[in-house]
Design a protein around this ligand. Structure first.
Ligand code: HEM
Length: 346
């Protein structure tokens, strides 16, 4: 079951493009979904000469309302992102029909691939949010803390990310994104020890605070979630710092992939509503969520055969003509290897 590659070491550069699709541009989106892996392969080949290079990773996804405009049947957990309004802080829900998430060792690769993709999508598609993210020293966010340490690894990561139980849509995933901006003046006005109690880890060495000193409203405490049997529930985060110095914009683009978005939503409830209610995440006293959207991430196999999915009533199926041979796109299988050249199943 080839899948879009989500689990990967932190990239030095990333781009997040959230798109809106005008009425009538549905066919160009359907064609784009089938062709996206081929565009990625083309840019990668020009850059490194290796068509199966993992240097540039692209993940494309579709929001619930857009999915309904394209296809008859929804993946089982796909729904619009619901606002989470706590007593003090709110996670807004903002528009998003399609997401493109690009990762590479250099921004030029992301930039080139994004340019080609948007060109192919055409004038019926507009960018409603564009974030260029960068690695900040040793994978730190702009609050100065190392971000990503407790991401699941190996088979745990694949289990956290891919929904293997949806028979009609095997190997898909769900992505929730939120753009946060930080109030660095207030953040830098508190001591490092206080900042460590906000996050729940030490700042320099990135060690988790002991349970007896870690506050219940720390970011780590509220995001450590488990099911009713006490099993840890994980998501896979690919957050990136971004900003504009002149605008005093300092941000974190949160991007959390999950096999079931209910896990991410549980974390958001804990952060914004609080656990118990009112005990909200202190990171929010220094960080404001300005966007929020949920997308279904089809498997690579499904992208390859996207024109075989039953179309939405009234939507045209045009046979999936694409400019780039998507069948030849590299596939990644759940053990992290590439399903190419007889090295593994496709
Ligand atoms: C302002 C935006 C955010 C920033 C700056 C941020 C930063 C961090 C940092 C520094 C850590 C500790 C190191 C690590 O394990 O990665 C962490 C952990 C974590 N964050 Fe966030 N985060 C943000 C938003 C979110 C959101 C919105 C979610 C979920 C909806 C989330 C889920 C998690 C999880 C699951 C952990 C690991 C907790 C554990 O140790 O078990 N984060 N985050």
């Amino acid at each position: 079951m080839p899948i879009q590659q989500i689990v990967a070491p932190p990239a030095r550069a990333a781009m997040f493009l959230v798109l809106e699709v005008s009425d009538g541009a549905e066919d160009s989106v359907r064609d784009f979904l089938g062709a996206a892996p081929g565009y990625t392969r083309a840019v990668s080949f020009r850059s490194t000469g290796a068509s199966f290079s993992k240097d540039i990773l692209s993940v494309v996804g579709v929001g619930a309302e857009m999915w309904d405009r394209l296809f008859a049947e929804r993946p089982r957990h796909l729904h619009p992102f619901a606002e989470v309004a706590g007593n003090t802080h709110t996670a807004p829900s903002t528009p998003g029909d399609v997401i493109i998430h690009l990762r590479a060792p250099q921004m030029d690769l992301c930039f080139e691939l994004a340019r080609i993709m948007l060109d192919k999508l055409g004038s019926g598609v507009s960018v409603v949010d564009e974030v260029h993210g960068f690695t900040y020293f040793d994978n730190r966010d702009l609050l100065g803390f190392v971000d990503g340490t407790e991401n699941p690894e190996g088979s745990d990561a694949f289990g956290a990310v891919y929904d293997a139980g949806d028979e009609a849509f095997p190997g898909g995933s769900y992505l929730i994104v939120q753009k946060y901006t930080h109030d660095l003046d207030s953040w830098n006005a508190i001591s490092v020890e206080e900042q460590e109690r906000v996050i729940g880890r030490t700042k320099l060495e990135d060690i988790e605070l002991e349970d007896d000193v870690k506050p219940s409203n720390s970011h780590v405490a509220l995001n450590d979630v488990s099911d009713e049997d006490g099993n840890d529930l994980d998501i896979y985060r690919t957050n990136m710092p971004f900003g504009r110095i002149g605008e005093k914009e300092f941000g974190t683009y949160f991007a959390g992939y999950a096999a079931d978005p209910a896990v991410t939503e549980q974390m958001l409830d804990n952060m914004f509503l609080g656990d118990p209610i009112g005990n909200h995440d202190r990171i929010l006293d220094f960080s404001t969520a300005v966007t929020g959207a949920l997308f279904y991430i089809p498997s690579a196999e499904q992208l390859d055969s996207i024109d075989e999915l039953a179309p939405a009533d009234g939507s045209e199926q045009d046979g999936g003509e694409t400019d780039v041979d998507a069948d030849a796109a590299p596939a990644v299988i759940p053990d992290g290897s590439l399903g190419i050249g007889g090295l593994g199943p496709r």
